[in-house]
Design a protein. Structure first.
Length: 192
């Protein structure tokens, strides 16, 4: 656990667009915004999120119901690699989104995935201590893996970020041994 990113409030708007709209918007954005420097040669990178939920699927139900104040916890990796593993809490407060993040080692991430979280109780990181309490009190467990390709553009000045997420896939197998960080999974392609 090395880097801890403090939450910064931001607005987040999501739109479902078709491939033609994607091409038109991308062409216009490229005149003003710069491609994300983390992207590969094709301008994209793969994002894999492993979400945690409680025994009542509260995070899922709150999202579907449009609850304006909610939190979700996840482990995130990029391009099927364990080079950067993040534990994140994404909080919605009305129209604002805040994301708090801390880097994990592979061993720490696999411990959390397996439910072996005792080491979090003594963590110096407040996000990990918060998750420890939530996990113990609410019986948090791995619930779903979502994976997609992301094409991101950034404004060189300010906090504007535009992302296109495509190829959304999900794995509902919640058994910890099936949720290895970089191994292939049985994914279902989600319809648009």
């Amino acid at each position: 656990m090395t880097i801890h990113e403090k939450p910064q409030p931001r607005y987040e708007h999501k739109y479902l667009i078709n491939p033609l709209q994607h091409q038109l918007i991308r062409r216009n954005l490229s005149r003003v915004l710069k491609p994300d420097p983390h992207a590969g040669a094709d301008g994209k990178y793969t994002v894999r999120n492993l979400y945690f939920d409680d025994f009542k699927d509260s995070a899922f139900e709150e999202k579907n119901a449009g609850v304006l104040s909610r939190k979700k916890y996840r482990i995130r990796i990029y391009n099927h690699s364990d080079a950067v593993i993040k534990f994140e809490c994404k909080t919605r407060l009305g129209g604002f989104i805040m994301k708090e993040s801390v880097r994990l080692t592979r061993e720490e991430a696999e411990g959390i995935i397996a439910g072996e979280i005792g080491f979090l109780a003594g963590s110096e990181n407040p996000l990990l201590r918060e998750f420890y309490l939530q996990a113990r009190c609410r019986l948090m467990h791995p619930s779903i893996i979502l994976e997609y390709e992301r094409e991101a553009y950034l404004h060189p000045i300010g906090n504007l970020r535009v992302t296109f997420d495509t190829g959304l896939r999900a794995c509902l197998d919640a058994h910890p041994s099936s949720m290895r960080l970089s191994s292939p999974q049985q994914f279902w392609i989600l319809p648009r």
